[in-house]
Design a binder for this molecule. Structure first.
Ligand code: C5P
Length: 308
């Protein structure tokens, strides 16, 4: 398959502060996104057969997680390509091939990443030349995390998480991700968060960015970053998947600087002191109860961009 290949990173949330439920079913967030070196690849090519007129954008998925990804028009990459064609006001066609490495329904924005990569790949394949802000605007309608997958680096998102401001960081942070068997549905985790809050009966504060977290990022201070990681969805993810508490404990006991559920889970993220420390943590985590495996990665890395 020729065409245009785009590489796109996964994300971990360094802070996920969830505000009250809005009338549109979303929550106002303060979402500190951090792009890490765990990548999907999306190739967009001109269809080689004429018979695809009924489905202008088709998709095939390869890789460890392929069986869990819909190869239909519900696929976020297909929806993104279709939205881009609609914006351009013409009927364009593409065959998409997604090579998945990012866990599916894992809290690492893998579906949003594929949508972002499809936007960049089709923008190039179709010669549209749309600038990044336009792609981010189209992407925001596909999923709240798509604009960040286009931007990459480290950024704070407000609103649904789609209004982004890039953050200053120093150095490289080393991570381990403990992969779980089976995903968690994002709407279900937000729903459980609302339910737990209603049960507790306390007012939900307006989300605010953590100043100590911003300082740790600016200074490249991994121990301080480890202490300031936070995720308001974590209690809900733990309620729905109690085995995650044991996974987090294994990483903490093995000396992780910070241990947190990634986004809506069930992937767990561990901050390490160095690449070597990350390797040692991953070796200890991969056989932990409920773990499908553990991978190392570093961040920040750039957003969706042509490979090679
Ligand atoms: O935007 P996206 O489609 O990725 O969101 C998936 C689901 O996550 C939404 O349908 C909603 O249930 C929940 N969500 C939310 N508040 C946000 C972002 C997502 O409640 N800010």
């Amino acid at each position: 398959m020729g065409g245009v290949t785009v590489r796109v990173p996964a994300k971990v949330n360094l802070q996920l502060a969830v505000g009250p439920l809005r009338d549109d079913g979303y929550h106002d967030l303060v979402n500190v996104f951090h792009a890490v070196s765990l990548f999907d690849e999306v190739t967009a090519a001109e269809p080689d057969r004429a018979g695809a007129a009924d489905r202008p954008v088709r998709v095939r998925v390869e890789g460890e997680w392929a069986a869990d990804v819909p190869a239909s028009d519900d696929n976020l990459a297909v929806r993104a390509a279709a939205a881009l064609a609609a914006r351009a006001g013409r009927s364009y066609r593409a065959d998409l091939l997604i090579r998945k490495t990012i866990p599916v329904a894992g809290g690492m924005a893998g579906g949003s990443a594929d949508a972002a990569a499809a936007l960049v790949a089709c923008n190039e394949l179709w010669g549209l030349g749309l600038p990044l802000p336009d792609l981010m605007e189209i992407g925001a309608d596909i999923g709240s995390d798509v604009p960040f997958a286009l931007l990459g680096g480290t950024a704070v998102g407000t609103g649904r998480g789609e209004r982004l401001t890039a953050l200053e960081t120093s150095g490289v942070f080393h991570w381990v991700f403990a992969l779980a068997d089976g995903g968690l549905s994002t709407p279900r985790v937000y729903g459980e968060c609302d339910r737990l809050r209603a049960e507790a009966g306390a007012a939900v504060p307006w989300p605010r960015v953590s100043e100590p977290l911003l300082a740790a990022l600016r200074e490249g201070d991994a121990p301080a970053l480890g202490r300031t990681l936070s995720n308001d969805l974590q209690p809900a993810a733990l309620a729905l998947r109690p085995s995650l508490a044991a996974t987090l404990r294994v990483g903490r006991d093995a000396g992780a600087l910070g241990a947190i559920v990634s986004g809506s889970g069930p992937t767990c993220a561990f901050l390490a002191e160095s690449a070597e420390h990350a390797g040692a943590l991953a070796a200890g985590l991969k056989d932990a109860e409920g773990c499908r495996g553990a991978v190392t990665a570093f961040g920040p890395v750039p957003g969706a961009a042509p490979a090679g």
